[in-house]
Design a binder for this molecule. Structure first.
Ligand code: PGA
Length: 263
């Protein structure tokens, strides 16, 4: 049984004072949700705040990226060891906004995944097709290429990554920040496709890996998305900035987890 994971991605948002209220209110709002893991990925400068405020809560927290370098002359980079020193649990890797605005690609993302895992941090590997790729009907081809960068690693590296609970986030780029989430049946089809690709490496791992969906998740669509058997949670951008909305999405994931455990 895969425990759902709902992670808020704050992106480039936040200020010390408002974060404090938001983080504390969220921790309070989700404190009785035990069927779902709830996490937050914040800008680097606020990790210390998250570390302080979320200690002794059940919530997970982490960063939105990590360097592929270990140390040295890499101005502005933050290493996995640094994140681990803070106690980060999670790190987002390969987000489409990084792929779009910086020179991120799957090969670099996979190195970042390895760095994270070496430091004991669970990576959330984001994959997904653009609008043009979707329209051209090559979504699965794109996903397969993004995953093959990972599955091309050597056996030992893969074992380590899977043992640390790699999370895959399927985020169709055209659904991110647009208010137009992908329809649940399509998401289910893509998640099954992803799971099958992972199963070519290891069927046991594939059955246990959490594949979460991201792209305009909201209170309105959470129920129908989480009702899909292969949707193991969500990566939530805009809606995670509102405590009631985000806590509501977590509560829906929790109710759905209870329903599915009785199926
Ligand atoms: P969104 O962002 O929920 O605002 O669409 C999701 C994401 O980018 O992870």
């Amino acid at each position: 049984m895969r425990k759902p994971l709902v992670v808020g991605n704050w992106k480039l948002n936040g200020r010390l004072a408002e974060n404090k209220n938001r983080i504390l209110a969220l921790a309070e709002a989700v404190k009785n949700i035990t069927q779902v893991e709830v996490g937050l990925c914040l800008p680097y400068v606020y990790l210390f705040q998250a570390q302080q405020l979320l200690a002794n809560t059940g919530m997970l927290w982490g960063a939105q990226n990590v360097s592929q370098f270990v140390q040295g002359a890499y101005t502005a980079c933050i290493s996995a060891e640094m994140l681990a020193e803070f106690g980060c649990h999670l790190v987002i890797v390969g987000h489409s906004e990084r792929r779009h605005y910086t020179a991120e690609n799957s090969q670099k993302a996979v190195i970042r995944i390895q760095r994270a895992v070496d430091a004991g941090i669970t990576p959330i590997y984001c994959i997904g097709e653009t609008q043009a790729e979707h329209a051209a009907g090559v979504a699965k081809k794109v996903i397969a290429a993004q995953l093959s960068a990972l599955l091309g690693l050597d056996e030992l590296s893969l074992q380590k990554i899977f043992a640390l609970g790699l999370v895959v986030a399927y985020e169709p780029v055209w659904a991110i920040g647009t208010g137009q989430a992908a329809i649940p049946a399509f998401v289910q089809e893509m998640h099954v496709f992803i799971r099958r690709l992972l199963a070519q490496y290891d069927s046991h791992f594939a059955a246990n890996v959490r594949i979460i969906y991201g792209g305009s998740v909201s209170l309105d669509n959470a129920q129908s998305l989480f009702a899909m058997p292969d949707v193991d949670g969500a990566l939530v951008g805009r809606a995670s900035l509102n405590v009631d909305t985000f806590a509501g999405i977590c509560a829906i994931a929790s109710q759905q987890a209870v329903v599915q455990s009785h199926v």
